[in-house]
Ligand binder design. Sequence first.
Ligand code: HEC
Ligand code: HEC
Length: 226
Amino acid sequence: MKTVIHLVLLSVFAFSSAWAAGGSGKAKVAEPKQTKLTLPMGNPVWGQEKADNERCIECHGTHGQGGQHPNSTEGKFAKLAGQYPSYILKQIREFRSGARKHDQMAIMARSVSDEDVIDIAAFFGSQKLMAGEGAGSELGKKLFDQGDATRGIPACASCHGANGKGLGLVPSAPIVGGQEWRYLDKQLRDWRSGDRRNSPDGVMNKVLSALTDKEIEALADHLAAQ
Ligand code: HEC
Ligand code: HEC
């Protein structure tokens, strides 16, 4: 009996870790296709307190809206509001391990436990979905919606959802629509140069490799406006 319980616990753990790994492509076993992304299960109420204690809100905003002010469009800090908790957890683990490089965030990630991050991620994930403003870009919208078959660039929307608001499925690429312009511009350039390379199978490096500066700016204009 005891063994059975252990086995059940073990498989639940293995399943949720694969889930938390978010789209690594390794979660082949019983991958749920149409489930809302709800794991890891954190406590958003504790998460709010922890996000304050751990100073996350100093840079990411009291509700994850980025910058110091809820409506700031000036920030270079990522918005976390409404982001998938499993994506937030994956990023923190990778800042910690060095798989994703950023000095400030490496220090932050090493000072906080996974247990706390799961609650913090649940808090930010439960906040009103990030929203942007601005005029957008026709070129950016076309690339995002359709890609460019002549250069083998897939439609960004096929993974990130319409307007970058996510597919809402497991596993899913992060929400990028309504994110900070400067943050988006930096990430897209970092994917292209290879400074950031923590996407599953290097998919984002491949997708971005053929894009020009003008196209990257257009994509950032389009996404920041959603
Ligand atoms: C001193 C400012 C600062 C503090 C404090 C801080 N962050 Fe960050 N965070 C940043 C910056 C800057 C980035 C963007 C890193 C980059 O450019 O790659 C970032 C990026 C992130 C990302 C990646 C977002 C994405 O869309 O990929 C996550 C997740 C994150 N932070 C979570 C946290 C959490 C959780 C805490 C608290 C434990 C925290 N941060 C505290 C500055 C901060
Ligand atoms: C095959 C699926 C796929 C396609 C196509 C794709 N992405 Fe991604 N993208 C991902 C995944 C998965 C991640 C998360 C990587 C990680 O875990 O760090 C990501 C990450 C990102 C990020 C970083 C988000 C953050 O918060 O830091 C941006 C920005 C982004 N993608 C924009 C784009 C754009 C623009 C395109 C089209 C030119 C595109 N993506 C096409 C799967 C995809």
